[in-house]
Design a binder for this molecule. Structure first.
Ligand SMILES: Cc1ncc(COP(=O)(O)O)c(/C=N/[C@@H]2CCCCNC2=O)c1O
Length: 438
């Protein structure tokens, strides 16, 4: 343990720790993190997708310096500011929608954004039910956990009218039907019986289920689900917090599905490492009531400026097509480097949102122990990434959108070597014992 990590143990609460190895960061630049002691690590997580432009991007530094040098207050609760308004106007322009009149709510996190939606939609529609997917992670606050279905939050209180349904996973398909048709039939049956569709306010959807296992839905599934929702007047809420804003190889991940959600939620990469989130929705909903969902620093001009820098840099540096191309290269390198490793059961994703599912070669069951030892070994070898999944067995790669082709090749090599070393027993149970992950 480094001195900084020992101080972390002595001073910071474990309530907010999700640790996989003793990472002590003293600096960073681009896709590199600098560890205490000076070791450089290739960051293939970007802090769970938040550092979308990597670390210390010139556009971020310039815009934050400018915002701080003439700081326009700290909030939009009781007075507006230019960066917040400009950000809202840009999000309205960039986000496809069904309604001509829409509004933007600005928050701090994916959690408070999804919690806001989970509160306002039932209030504004008078419908008490909400549908969501098992495995979904919509946040870590009470209200966002209440509409989530991730195994790590099984103890959390769920919304009274919540109905969870399986997420379509072609690798472990519902009723052995990889097309998703059986699952759609199941959902339609619920809406016609025990979960009456005309009582359902909204359906929370991830266009790729990220924390549930980086699962890409079968072709056409979400389009058909959207049609079913429209039939019952159920609002579709697309949670783009992790896979949105260029990461998937399109600006919005839902565009792969050829759907136009009623409500879109942004977070993580929107702020490029600063805390900001957003909800884009119809004005009849987003203007339901004043002071309905507010926190003191919502819409602060510094974070709003950072978000503007992210959106402008995505456009200026062509990061959408870059994510598609470098994501293809990274996926190809991973597939090539692990082709002889039976522990790799499935490689999936879109753009720079990639999942590598680890299985027991004897029975193809999820191998959580291998996943936790692989991410620990990868850290020892010089790369940072974590695992996700309802069975904690899917390596998740969500690197900064500026990842280079060389870094992609290096990352794939480290990932493959880490799996090989972990599978050969190089990482002892005692080494990972304190890193409980999730
Ligand atoms: C699709 C999706 N929606 C909302 C959230 C919540 O975002 P915040 O953690 O910024 O409140 C998340 C957060 N995901 C978790 C954050 C906790 C650590 C585990 N890894 C994640 O990416 C998310 O992936």
């Amino acid at each position: 343990m480094t001195p900084l990590y020992e101080r972390d143990r002595a001073a910071l609460s474990s309530l907010q720790k999700l640790r996989f190895f003793p990472l002590s960061v003293t600096g960073g630049a681009g896709c590199l993190l600098i560890e205490e002691g000076g070791r450089e690590l290739l960051d293939l997580s970007a802090s769970w997708g938040a550092a979308s432009l990597g670390h210390g991007h010139p556009a971020m530094r310039a815009t934050i310096e400018r915002a701080l040098s003439n700081q326009a207050g700290a909030s939009i609760l009781s007075g507006t500011n230019e960066p917040a308004v400009e950000l809202a106007e840009m999000l309205l322009k960039l986000t496809p929608g069904k309604d001509d009149h829409r509004r933007v709510w600005l928050g701090h996190s994916g959690s408070d954004a999804n919690e806001t939606v989970a509160r306002v939609v039932p209030a504004a529609t008078g419908r008490s039910r909400i549908m969501a997917f098992s495995g979904a992670y919509h946040g870590g606050t009470q209200g966002s956990m209440s509409v989530s279905g991730h195994s790590a939050q099984e103890g959390a209180t769920k919304a009274e009218g919540l109905t969870l349904v399986p997420y379509p996973d072609s690798f472990r398909p519902f009723e052995n039907d990889p097309t998703g048709d059986a699952l759609l039939t199941h959902i339609e049956r619920l809406l016609a019986t025990s979960c009456p569709g005309d009582e359902v306010a909204c359906f929370f959807i991830e266009p790729i289920q990220a924390d549930g296992g980086l699962i890409v839905p079968p072709e056409g599934f979400l389009a058909r689900l959207s049609e079913i929702c429209a039939h019952y007047g159920i609002l579709t809420v697309c949670d783009e917090v992790k896979v949105g804003l260029a990461r998937s190889g399109l600006l919005h991940c839902f565009e792969h599905e050829r759907i136009v959600p009623d409500i879109v939620v942004f977070g993580k990469g929107l702020g490029g490492g600063l805390p900001i989130s957003a909800v884009v929705g119809p004005s009849w909903l987003m203007d339901h009531a004043p002071a309905f969902s507010m926190q003191t620093l919502h819409g602060n001009p510094v974070c709003a400026s950072a978000a503007l820098a992210v959106l402008k840099t995505i456009q200026a540096e062509g990061l959408v097509s870059r994510a598609q191309e470098v994501g293809r290269i990274l996926t190809s390198h991973i597939a090539g480097a692990t082709a002889q490793q039976p522990e790799v059961g499935h490689i999936r994703g879109r753009g720079l949102a990639i999942g590598v599912e680890l299985i027991r070669k004897e029975d193809a069951e999820p191998d959580a122990d291998l996943a936790r030892k692989t991410v620990y070994r990868a850290w020892q070898l010089g790369a940072v990434f974590y695992y996700v999944g309802m069975n904690s067995n899917v390596l998740e790669l969500t690197p900064p959108l500026i990842l280079t082709e060389n870094e992609a090749e290096t990352g794939a090599q480290i990932l493959a070597q880490a799996i090989k070393d972990a599978a050969s027993g190089m990482v002892g149970d005692d080494e990972v014992a304190e890193f409980t992950g999730w």
